[in-house]
Design a protein around this ligand. Structure first.
Ligand code: SF4
Length: 1022
């Protein structure tokens, strides 16, 4: 903004020389720039910069203001003329202490507050209601108290005032908090003399200035110009401070946009702006003047109109809401406002990424001049991952996500917590750690490990869940039934950290843990590689550095405090920016941040995303237990708000936040939501863009302009035989160009479909032993490819089915072996059921009902079986065609004529056909094994084998078990068919070729996606 470009309204502000002035302006009218210009003008006229007090609403805003003034003035300014109200108040208290010869004040650290509050709640006063006492030790109550106490102090309420309000409005908790606040003040004064809680800092400075006329006079004399940016975000304590300071006629200039007030949860009150002119009256008693800025410098017309549509619903006179639109930003799109409703969350992120990439590649907008804004901090990580996946570099400021919420920091803190034995949910934490950024397990590997642990635990007769077995291995160092490198490494880290925590400081313990997990080199290499995941690795390393900074600062401030106090301190930092760590360096990357954090900032292109009905407006009350908002209303209006007033206030606050977000773009605003049948776009979307409500459809994502997408498209054209020859040639030429630049995926040598087999040798060498079970023989005969791939690990989540099969077979064995009746069998079944993981809720109930029916059929079959039991779970081993056949028969019975019958229990839901049963491989092999004397318990010269029998227990709806019989081998056309069949199978598994045999089981084949006989497993290229 150059001096000659100032409008008459702006000129009035710049020429203001005495007394108060309120500057009202909508978003984009240049309020902050005008304040910078005002300060620069006064300094150019000869005002000493030390006599200027420029108050900003946050530390970051203060730093930016100071830099802008220094740049505008053209010289370095020694005094920190732009600061927060807390910083100024602290300076007043310090100067007074020095002048009085008292010890300098000190700010009570958040950790000290936390410790103090927790200690006091550990021995609560009688004022706390009995019903709440069990909750007094929870972090939630401490957190609500920390939010509640500042509201009390800002409104200058004494403990007696608060207790009176509690009695008047029948709020016993306020009475209890009043006693707590009184005690807290006493304990603080005693234990930490001259220490101030951040919440009482401004109020203490106000009180001091009121009590000390000499100090007040000196301060007023010192401050010739007081400028407050965003006075609409001021709490009552700051307004009192301004009133005291400006009461002597000091020039006070304050800016406000009541439509963008978003820090209500910190005590800000947008209504206070209305009172400004009366409260800050001029020396002659006349109301303070106000200037309305009437030119918008930032927003193009369409965006200004959209912002005004949202603001108009906030009510009030809104005299500041209709500035004239300025010139459009050069390079801005024809349609600055783009509102999209996408069919799914992934479509939404793909569309946002596509828009940002187009703006960067086609309009040459720098990455750091673009931002993605979200309502909820919980969506930030999802957004960053999704955008990074689509080739958008993303930045994360440490003051936007609390330190402990960053994944690597959370993992390190969990490790420290486990090492100290202070973790409240240790078993879950161990699993989270294994699957987290420091753990080295992925979900697929965990699923396999879990399955193995379940089986191993059952085999050893134990009852631990896999999670408990892993926990014991990591925390107690017990040997797990199945060994895993990631579990071993995590256990080593916990034990190393435990030793370090017992001996040294928090910092040392953290360092030992970090060194032990050993990811630093890998992350560093990834960060420096300049690839898609480099930004994430960079960010993770920065987060770890920030944690070490915090640990160092904590050790310096509280040398005697242990790791538990540090964990409490870091995890209590719920508000982003409540960190001692330094900020991240500025990267050329898109900012992804909450709408709250966008206050006072602007970008060329802004995407406001996840504007969903259930997320924005968020009408849940945040102060549900202590009722801080009700207290504020009771003090300000003299009564408690009704429910509808509470909802209206929440809705207005959410609308102001949305208004703030949609007025941050200079050139292009994209607003997105999802309509997937379960969640709907927010009403705010329609308020922003009402004309398009009817026409707006639900869309799929646009193409993302990224190299991976380009390579994929070119490959698709180049490899499509039916495509035009010229297009294929051009695609091939472009791919060659990209390959020369080493773009991943462009070089045909790397194309999966063209890669030759890594090995064509047979699975087994001629000297290798081949061991097969009868069920493997049956599996090979069903489909050789499936058999081979499953043997190599191609399984999916069948753990439950397998566990249930094992349970029923074990129960059949134990019941027969022990001769149990129904009561014992059911009791044993209940015990067995408790040891398997059948899921939760209706899934578990459905499975239990299904297995109950199987057990009933089993018991009925055993009761009604006319044959005598010979043996159960019978081992067999024999040699065929140079291979070993080893298996276990479920049961062998003797019929009335003394002949043997082989029984095999089945728990599947389908029975084979009669023809299939005649040559059922398992029954055939078992019959042959018994007949040939390979089953020791049946004797070498066993009685005649009269056949085999499948007993189906799991056929849905069947009243009883279904029997299917296989004739005796002696009655078959070829009594040697089982040997011949096994010999063929052995020859097959020794060959290098495994054919895909399509069969009725293909529908639930776990390796279907790798099967060339299926559409989803076909080769990508010819
Ligand atoms: S899908 Fe069918 S043919 Fe393919 S591997 Fe599986 S069972 Fe064999």
């Amino acid at each position: 903004m150059t001096p000659t470009a100032h409008s008459p309204a702006e000129q009035r502000v710049l020429h203001h020389r005495r007394g108060p002035l309120l500057v009202l302006g909508a978003a984009g009218t240049g309020k902050t720039s005008l304040m910078v210009e005002l300060v620069a003008t006064r300094i150019a006229e000869g005002l000493d910069p030390a006599r200027v007090l420029l108050l900003a609403s946050s530390r970051r805003a203060g730093v930016e203001l100071r830099d802008r003034v220094a740049a505008r003035v053209g010289r370095t300014i020694r005094e920190p003329l732009a600061r927060t109200a807390h910083s100024y108040a602290f300076g007043v208290l310090r100067r007074h202490a020095v002048a009085s010869g008292e010890p300098p004040p000190r700010l009570l650290a958040a950790a000290e507050q936390e410790v103090l509050i927790r200690e006091m709640l550990a021995s609560p006063s009688d004022a706390w209601p009995q019903a709440l006492r069990p909750a007094l030790q929870t972090r939630m109550l401490a957190s609500q108290l920390r939010d509640f106490m500042p509201r009390v102090l800002e409104r200058d309420l004494s403990p007696d005032d608060l207790a009176r309000l509690g009695r008047r409005y029948d709020r016993p908790l306020w009475v209890a908090v009043a006693a707590f606040v009184d005690e807290y003040a006493g304990v603080t004064a005693l234990a930490h003399p001259s220490a101030y809680d951040p919440a009482e800092l401004v109020r203490a400075a106000v009180q001091l200035l009121r009590d000390d006329p000499a100090l007040l006079a000196a301060e007023r004399l010192e401050r010739a110009l007081v400028v407050v940016d965003d006075v609409d975000e001021a709490d009552p304590a700051l307004l009192d401070l301004l009133e005291v300071l400006a009461g002597g006629g000091t020039t006070l200039v304050a800016t406000a946009d009541p439509d963008s007030t978003v820090y209500g949860f910190r005590g800000a009150d947008p209504q206070a702006v209305r009172e400004f002119s009366r409260r800050f009256a001029q020396a002659d008693g006349a109301a303070a003047p106000q200037v309305v800025l009437d030119s918008c410098h930032r927003l193009p017309g369409a965006l200004l109109d959209a912002g005004q549509r949202v603001a108009a619903r906030l009510g009030g006179s809104g005299v500041w809401r209709s500035p004239a639109s300025g010139a459009a930003t050069p390079g801005g799109p024809q349609q600055p406002l783009e509102v999209r409703v996408l069919a799914s969350g992934s479509d939404e992120w793909a569309h946002v990424a596509a828009t940002l990439r187009r703006r960067h590649l086609l309009a040459e907008v720098a990455w750091h001049d673009m931002a993605v804004l979200l309502r909820s901090a919980g969506d930030l990580a999802v957004a960053r991952r999704a955008l990074a996946r689509h080739g958008v570099p993303v930045a994360q400021r440490t003051d936007e996500v609390a330190l402990w919420q960053q994944a690597p920091v959370r993992a390190l803190l969990d490790l420290l917590s486990l090492a100290c034995g202070d973790e409240p949910r240790p078993a879950e934490t161990v699993l989270d750690l294994l699957l987290g950024p420091l753990g080295g397990l992925d979900p697929a590997r965990w699923a396999r490990l879990r399955r193995s642990l379940l089986v191993a635990e059952q085999q050893r007769g134990g009852s631990r869940t896999p999670e408990q077995a892993v926990f014991d291995a990591v925390v107690h160092g017990t040997a797990p039934p199945v060994s895993d490198a990631a579990v071993r490494a995590l256990g080593d880290t916990v034990r190393t950290g435990r030793a370090a925590a017992a001996q040294g400081s928090v910092e040392q313990a953290l360092w030992v843990i970090w060194d032990s997990v050993g990811v630093a080199q890998r992350w560093r290499a990834t960060a420096l590689a300049g690839q898609a995941d480099s930004t994430a690795a960079d960010r993770d390393l920065d987060a770890v550095v920030a944690l070490f900074d915090a640990a160092a600062a904590f050790t310096d401030r509280m040398p005697g405090a242990g790791a538990e106090a540090f964990l409490d301190h870091v995890r209590a930092q719920q508000v982003p920016g409540d960190s001692w760590a330094t900020d991240l360096p500025t990267l050329d990357a898109v900012a992804v941040l909450t709408a709250h954090a966008s206050k006072g900032r602007e970008w060329n292109t802004v995407a406001v995303c996840r504007v969903q009905d259930d997320l924005w407006p968020d009408l849940r009350r945040r102060d549900s237990l202590l009722g801080a908002d009700d207290l504020v209303a009771a003090v300000d209006t003299g009564r408690l708000p009704t429910s509808s007033e509470q909802v209206s206030a929440l809705l207005a606050a959410e609308r102001r936040l949305f208004h703030l977000a949609v007025t941050r773009a200079r050139a292009h605003l994209l607003v997105t939501a999802t309509d997937d049948g379960e969640t709907r776009p927010s009403r705010f979307v329609d308020e922003l863009d009402p004309q398009a409500v009817e026409e707006r459809g639900v869309e799929r994502a646009a193409d993302v302009l990224s190299l991976p997408h380009l390579v994929a498209e070119l490959r698709a054209v180049a490899c499509t035989p039916t495509a035009c020859a010229a297009e294929r040639a051009e695609a091939a030429r472009l791919l060659a160009l990209l390959a020369a630049q080493q773009v991943p995926g462009a070089e045909p040598d790397t194309w999966f479909g063209l890669v030759p087999p890594t090995d064509v040798a047979p699975l087994f060498g001629t000297d290798d032993d081949v061991t097969l079970s009868p069920s493997q023989i049956e599996g090979y005969l069903r489909c050789p490819l499936r058999w081979m791939l499953q043997r190599a690990g191609g399984e999916n989540g069948t753990a439950l089915r397998q566990s249930i099969g094992t349970l029923v077979h074990d129960l059949a064995f134990e019941a027969a072996e022990n001769g149990w009746g129904p009561a014992q069998t059911w009791a044993r079944y209940d015990e067995m059921w408790a040891s398997i993981d059948a899921g939760r809720g209706w899934v578990a109930r459905r499975e239990r009902t299904r297995v109950d029916a199987m057990v009933r059929r089993l018991m009925a079959w055993m009761r009604d079986n006319p044959r005598d039991l010979v043996d159960v779970e019978v081992e067999m081993t024999t040699q065929v065609a140079g291979a070993t056949v080893r298996g276990r028969l479920d049961r062998v019975d003797r019929d009335a004529d003394g002949g043997l019958v082989v029984v095999d229990f089945k728990t599947g839901t389908n029975a084979p056909t009669k023809a299939d049963v005649e040559h059922n491989p398992q029954l055939g092999v078992y019959q042959w094994a018994v007949k040939s004397g390979a089953v020791a318990s049946c004797g070498a010269s066993s009685p005649p084998v009269r056949g085999g029998m499948l007993v189906h227990l799991g056929i849905p709806g069947a009243a009883a078990a279904k029997e299917q019989h296989q004739p005796a081998l002696d009655d078959a056309d070829d009594p040697t068919w089982p040997q011949n069949m096994v010999a063929d199978v052995v020859a097959g598994v020794r060959s290098p070729v495994f054919a895909a045999l399509v069969n009725p089981g293909c529908g639930h084949c776990p390796v279907r996606s790798s099967c060339p006989a299926q559409p989803d497993g076909g080769r990508l290229l010819p």
